[in-house]
Design a protein around this ligand. Structure first.
Ligand SMILES: [Zn+2]
Length: 294
């Protein structure tokens, strides 16, 4: 059977001599001397050139979570000024922020003109895909990604990174991780957002806006005020007072000069899409006022 099969295969593989009339018509340079071949047109291969226009939007794999899930950035526009929205950092306990980011992505795919030409808008639907999949606030190692940043370089010892952190449920032992930026997800955020002018992180459900708890970072405060005007969420001067917040990403980013704010949705259910779209559009139109020197 084997020999028969091999023989059968080889009879169709082109090793036999071909009839002399078969080849010329495949070559367009000699087609005119052959019999009429109106239906045989040469294949034209398009060669990409350097002048091809890059797509105005797309998405990129930025990295992987502890458990190997993709962390993706959706890009809108081509401008030099980088604005980043991080839809979800607290995983499955704040699922509606992920939903909000997906709705924002769908909106900007249809309304690219809302992104000014000098801006590239990035939307990361979730920086914590493990928490989202597992239904946890922390990542795959149960580290709270918004308590894992290195906030020890600013003037406020009270926001310095610590191992044991807090949530509304009380103390979260080991929530800060073994050391600052120990987690692949926070390393990714640090490296991706550090060169942005503006970064907005979505949470739920305090229904307020927060910035770094340390010192005055004028650009972050301007960002928060602009967001507050457009969304209607208050921006309390006293910040978050219910428990100590340490190792927060916005505290780290403000220290790096990035205008950074946290927007807390009103509930754990609704995405609050309309008011948050209004907030993002207002920010995109006000970048100069937000980031200009004091
Ligand atoms: Zn949160």
């Amino acid at each position: 059977m084997l020999c028969l099969a091999l023989f059968w295969v080889c009879t169709g593989c082109g090793l036999e001599p071909k009839a002399p009339t078969e080849e010329p018509a495949a070559d367009p340079t000699v087609a005119s001397t052959a019999a009429p071949t109106a239906q045989r047109t040469p294949t034209v291969v398009q060669i990409p050139t350097d002048t091809a226009t890059p797509a105005p939007y797309g998405h990129e794999l930025l990295g992987e979570s502890w458990e190997g899930r993709p962390i993706v950035g959706h890009r809108f526009g081509m401008g030099p000024r980088k604005v980043v929205l991080v839809g979800n950092i607290h995983g499955g306990t704040e699922k509606n922020t992920h939903q909000l980011a997906l709705e924002m992505i769908a909106y900007f795919e249809e309304n690219l003109d809302d992104v000014p030409p000098e801006v590239t808008l990035w939307i990361i639907p979730t920086a914590n895909p493990d928490g989202l999949a597992n239904g946890t606030r922390g990542n795959g190692r149960l580290v709270d990604l918004n308590r894992n940043a290195d906030t020890n370089g600013d003037a406020c010892p009270e926001n310095d990174w610590v191992k044991d952190t807090y949530t509304t449920e009380g103390i979260n032992e080991g929530g800060g991780g073994p050391q600052p930026f120990s987690e692949v997800e926070t390393q990714l955020l640090r490296d991706f957002v550090e060169d942005a002018e503006v970064a907005i992180f979505y949470h739920s459900m305090a229904g307020m806006i927060f910035v770094t708890s340390c010192a005055d970072h004028v650009a972050s405060e301007r960002l928060a005020r602009r967001l507050s005007e457009a969304t209607g969420y208050p921006f309390p001067a006293e910040g978050w007072v219910s428990y100590p917040v340490t190792g927060a990403v916005v505290d780290y980013l403000a220290q790096q000069g990035v205008a950074a704010a946290e927007v807390e949705l009103e509930t754990k259910v609704d995405s609050d899409f309309d008011r948050n779209l209004a907030g993002v559009r207002a920010v995109l139109q006000s970048l100069d006022q937000i980031t200009s020197s004091p």
